[in-house]
Design a protein. Structure first.
Length: 132
């Protein structure tokens, strides 16, 4: 384990807003169309709100119509880890930050070329840093 995954619940609660904690540490979901990052158009990089690891580049973001920020690929092959999710009587693939294990969202096989994937993320799990 690294320092990021080894934090206690108390430490995470002190670092995050209650909404960020619910989404990233308790595997929650924000309401569709509720986060400003869904409409964000500037160039930059989306980082994990928990540990700051880079997750997605803005040039891989697209309008999926889902109501959540969507990307067709992560910033690198080792930025995101995938977990089989069978909650809510569904079978999905959860995506987590590979560095700190934060819940980011889910990935679906209905995205655009070139990957055909839709990384459907919670804006609350992200920290956008625009290019300067």
């Amino acid at each position: 384990m690294n320092d990021e995954t080894d934090r206690s619940t108390t430490e995470w609660r002190s670092r995050l807003t209650p909404e960020q904690f619910r989404v990233t540490r308790e595997h929650g979901t924000e309401r569709a169309f509720s986060h400003p990052y869904n409409l964000e158009k500037r160039d930059g990089i989306y980082h994990c709100v928990c540990c700051g690891a880079p997750l997605f580049k803005s040039d891989t973001k697209y309008e999926s119509g889902s109501g959540w920020p969507s990307f067709f690929q992560p910033v690198s092959d080792d930025a995101i880890k995938e977990i089989d999710d069978r909650s809510h009587f569904m079978r999905r693939t959860e995506i987590r930050c590979a560095n700190c294990d934060a819940h980011i969202g889910h990935v679906f096989p209905d995205g655009p070329a070139p990957t055909g994937l839709r990384y459907c993320t919670n804006g609350l799990a992200l920290d956008f840093k625009p290019d300067e």
